[in-house]
Design a protein around this ligand. Structure first.
Ligand code: HEM
Length: 478
C-alpha cells in the first residue's frame, strides 16, 4: 500500500555513525577517496555520510555512478550552494553553478567555443596542434636548462606554464615565456585552488570554521585571494578585447565568447560578467588538470624505465628521428596511448568529481535521495574495482592492449576521469590531444630520469586533483 511504499522510500540511507557537530569529518583521513571506497565495502555503493551540517550521499563503482549520472542525468546535474563556489570566476562561474536553464545555455556556449577553436575543421585542428608543438618545444628547452643548472628539478611549475600557455593562446591569442615572473606568480597560486573545492573540503560544510583562527580558515582566505587575483588577470584581458572588438573578425575564444554571450543575454539572463567568467572557467580548468596529468606521466616513466624505453622504441619505429611526432601518428602509437590511460586509471588524479547536488527527489539502487542533497562521486573506486581490473594497484599499461597490439577501446572507455552525464568535462577532447602530443614530443626528444637518492614512492596531496609530492627528475637529450 501507499503508506508502506512511502515508509520504504523514506528509509534512511546506510552509512557510518555520525558524531554531533562534525559528523564524519574526522574520519575522512588524508585520502578521502580511499576512505570512501573502504566504506563502500561495508555499506554498499550508495551510502550517506554527514559532514558538519550536511548529509552527503557518496556514490561508488561504475554501476551506481552510471545509474545516477546517465540514467538520472538531470536529477544529478546540480551543484551545491557552497560558500567557496561563490568566489570562483567572480561569482558567475558556469562550472560551480547549480543546474538551470541559464546554466545549460552557459555550458553550451563554452562547449561550442572550445570546439570551434580546437576541432571544428582540419584548419583549426592544425592550428591547435601547432600551439601544443610550440609549447612542447619551449618546455623541452626549459627542462634542459634546469637539468644543466641543477641536475635534478621539480617539473611542476614548467608544466603549469606550458598547459596555461596552450589555453591562453586559444583564449587571448597570446603566450607567456617560462621566465615571465608575473605569469609564474599568478600560476604558482592557482596550484592551491583544488585544496578548497575538492570534495570533503571542510569550509563548505562547516562554515563556522571561518570565524576563528585555524588552518582551514587560512587555506580558505588564500583561496579567496587567489581567485580574486586570477579573475582580475582574466577580466583585464577580456576588457582589452572589448575595446578592440570587431564583430566581423573573431580573433580568439575571448572574442567568440563576447559575441555569443551578447547574443544570448536577453534570452536567459547571461550578462557581460558571464563573459569573463567563462574565459576564467576555461583557463582554470584547462591548466591545472592537464599539467597534473603530464606530471604523473613523467614521474611514472621515470619510475618504470622499461615502460619508457618501450614507448621510445615505438615512437622511433613510427616517426623516426628526423621529425617530431604529430596527431596523425596517434593511431600507430597504441602503447603511448596505453601509458596515458593507465596513468589516468592508476593515479585517478581527479579522484572525486566536483561535488554534485540533486535537482529533485530521486531513487538510486532502491534508495531514496531527497532534492538538494550533496553528492560525492568517487571516480577512483571505478578505476580500482578489482572485479573490473586485474591487480588494480599495479601500474601496467599493457592491460589496455589487445593481442594484436591495438588499443582495447572498451577498456579505455571504462576509465573514469572526466566524469559522465550532464556535468561531464567539456575539455576532455582537447585535454587528450594535449596530453598525447606533449608526452609524445617529450619522450621522443629526451629520457626522463629519477634521482636515485630520493624515496620515489609517488606520494601525493589530496584536493580536486591529486598533486605529486616534491619529486625531482632530470632529462637527457636523446
Ligand atoms: C569539469 C576532469 C581538462 C573544462 C570536469 C570534471 C572533471 C574533469 C572530473 C567534473 C565533472 C563533474 O563534476 O561531474 C578533467 C581532466 C582533465 C580536464 C581529468 C585533463 C586531463 C579540461 C580542459 C578544459 C576543461 C582542458 C577546458 C579547457 C571543464 C569544465 C568543466 C569541467 C568547463 C565544468 C563542467 C560543468 O560543470 O558543467 N573536468 N578535465 N577540463 N572541465 Fe575538465
Amino acid at each position: 500500500c501507499l503508506w508502506i511504499r512511502n515508509l520504504r522510500q523514506k528509509k534512511r540511507l546506510p552509512g557510518p555513525f555520525a558524531w554531533p557537530v562534525v559528523g564524519n569529518a574526522m574520519q575522512l583521513g588524508q585520502m578521502p577517496h580511499i576512505t570512501f571506497s573502504n566504506l563502500a565495502k561495508k555499506y554498499g555503493n550508495v551510502y550517506q555520510i554527514r559532514l558538519g551540517s550536511n548529509d552527503i550521499v557518496v556514490l561508488n563503482g561504475e554501476t551506481a555512478i552510471r545509474e545516477a549520472l546517465v540514467q538520472h542525468s538531470t536529477e544529478f546535474a546540480g551543484r551545491p550552494d557552497f560558500v567557496s563556489f561563490k568566489s570562483v570566476s567572480g561569482g558567475n562561474s558556469m562550472t560551480f553553478t547549480n543546474y538551470s536553464k541559464q546554466w545549460r545555455k552557459h555550458r553550451q556556449i563554452a562547449q561550442t567555443t572550445l570546439r570551434a577553436f580546437s576541432s571544428a575543421n582540419s584548419q583549426t585542428k592544425k592550428a591547435f596542434e601547432q600551439h601544443i608543438v610550440e609549447e612542447a618545444t619551449e618546455l623541452l628547452k626549459a627542462f634542459f636548462k634546469l637539468t644543466d643548472e641543477r641536475q635534478f628539478f621539480n617539473p611542476s611549475n614548467e608544466l603549469t606554464v606550458a598547459a596555461a600557455n596552450v589555453i591562453c593562446a586559444l583564449c587571448f591569442g597570446k603566450r607567456y615565456g617560462h621566465d615571465d615572473a608575473e605569469f609564474r606568480t599568478l600560476l604558482g597560486r592557482v596550484d592551491k585552488f583544488g585544496e578548497t573545492v575538492g570534495a570533503g573540503s571542510l569550509v563548505d560544510v562547516m562554515p563556522w570554521l571561518q570565524t576563528f583562527p585555524n588552518p582551514v580558515r587560512s587555506v580558505y582566505r588564500n583561496f579567496k585571494e587567489l581567485n580574486g587575483v586570477f579573475f582580475a588577470f582574466v577580466r583585464d584581458k577580456v576588457a582589452e578585447h572589448r575595446v578592440t572588438f570587431d564583430p566581423d573578425v573573431t580573433r580568439d575564444m575571448s572574442d567568440a565568447i563576447i559575441a555569443a554571450i551578447d547574443k544570448a543575454e536577453s534570452e536567459v539572463g547571461l550578462t557581460e560578467a558571464h563573459t569573463e567568467a567563462t574565459v576564467s572557467d576555461l583557463i582554470g580548468a584547462g591548466l591545472d588538470t592537464v599539467s597534473t596529468c603530464l606530471h604523473w606521466i613523467i614521474l611514472l616513466l621515470a619510475k618504470h624505465p622499461h615502460v619508457q624505453v618501450r614507448v621510445q622504441e615505438q615512437i622511433d619505429d613510427v616517426v623516426g628521428r628526423d621529425r617530431l611526432p604529430n596527431m596523425d601518428d596517434k593511431a600507430s602509437l597504441a602503447y603511448l596511448d596505453a601509458v596515458i590511460y593507465e596513468t589516468m586509471r592508476y593515479t585517478s588524479f581527479v579522484p572525486l568529481t566536483i561535488p554534485h547536488s540533486t535537482t529533485s527527489d530521486v531513487t538510486i539502487e532502491g534508495l531514496h535521495i531527497p532534492k538538494d542533497t550533496v553528492v560525492f562521486i568517487n571516480q577512483w573506486s571505478v578505476n580500482h574495482d578489482p572485479l573490473k581490473w586485474r591487480d588494480p594497484h599495479i601500474f601496467d599499461p599493457s592491460r589496455f592492449l589487445c593481442e594484436n597490439g591495438l588499443l582495447d577501446k572498451d577498456l579505455t572507455n571504462s576509465v573514469m576521469i572526466f566524469s559522465t552525464g550532464k556535468r561531464r568535462c567539456i575539455g576532455d577532447k582537447i585535454a587528450k590531444v594535449e596530453v598525447f602530443l606533449f608526452s609524445a614530443i617529450l619522450i621522443h626528444q629526451c629520457t626522463v630520469e629519477n634521482n636515485s637518492n630520493q624515496d620515489f614512492s609517488l606520494d601525493c596531496t589530496y584536493g580536486l586533483s591529486l598533486k605529486p609530492a616534491n619529486y625531482k627528475i632530470s632529462v637527457k637529450l636523446r
